[in-house]
Write a protein that binds this ligand. Structure first.
Ligand code: ADP
Length: 214
């Protein structure tokens, strides 16, 4: 569970982070308040694990607790907040044009949708490389022949977490997941909302560890 700290508690944490070990009296002096006024905040911060206190030494910052909190925050981030724009091509697009699109959009995976706009296929870099090997006529070959198609596409919902997305990518050995809204589960019809890639996960990790995301 992540405990939301008050402004005062946050100030205390920063002081201890920079100056610890530091006594309660020294913290109080820095904040220009009495030692007694700080007592409840210091109690909360030590009980929650943010700070540790040693007799005759003072308070010091618990680095492990901060790391644990950051990791916990990372795990609970929602796919909805990190999804990127999906790059979509038509089923009839040639492998040649799909390769061009991959470079133009600077992505690793393309998606196709059917005439109703439902997710139909996934085309990865290696799908295109495989098609290019030993195939001279890439301008004539439609991506629909080489793509991974429904119902074999692994998807993720916006309300799922980044941890769930990361696990799916690891378990299925894939680099990206289409973020979808379910239209009809039985018919495997999903509207495409976005994409989550391994890069998304790495970026979120760095942002959270550097304290850029709350
Ligand atoms: P690459 O093939 O460039 O290494 P991936 O690891 O993402 O990229 O793709 C591996 C294979 O899995 C490809 O054949 C691709 O079509 C397929 N694939 C990629 N993403 C998905 C997905 N979300 N669901 C099902 N299959 C996928």
């Amino acid at each position: 569970m992540i405990i939301k700290l008050s402004k005062r508690q946050d100030e205390i944490l920063q002081i201890v982070k920079q100056n610890g070990p530091i006594t309660g009296k020294e913290i109080a002096d820095k904040l220009s308040v009495s030692r007694a006024a700080l007592r409840p905040d210091l109690a909360i911060l030590t009980m929650s694990g943010n700070l540790e206190a040693r007799p005759r030494v003072g308070y010091y910052f618990n680095e492990k607790y901060e790391l644990k909190q950051q990791a916990e925050q990372f795990i609970h981030q929602k796919v909805a907040n990190f999804k990127a724009h999906p790059i979509v091509v038509e089923n009839s697009t040639s492998v040649y044009n799909a390769i061009v699109q991959l470079f133009l959009e600077d992505v690793g995976t393309l998606y196709t949708v059917d005439s109703k706009g439902y997710l139909a296929g996934v085309i990865s870099r290696k799908d295109l490389l495989r098609a290019a090997l030993g195939n001279k006529n890439l301008q004539e070959l439609p991506v629909s022949v080489i793509m991974t198609r429904m119902p074999n596409i692994i998807t993720i919902f916006p309300e799922e977490t980044l941890l769930e997305a990361a696990k799916k990518m690891m378990n299925y050995h894939i680099d990206s997941l289409p973020v979808v809204k379910e239209v009809d589960h039985q018919k495997n019809t999903y509207t495409l909302l976005g994409r989550i890639t391994k890069t998304t996960i790495t970026r979120a990790y760095v942002e959270i560890m550097e304290g850029k995301t709350v």
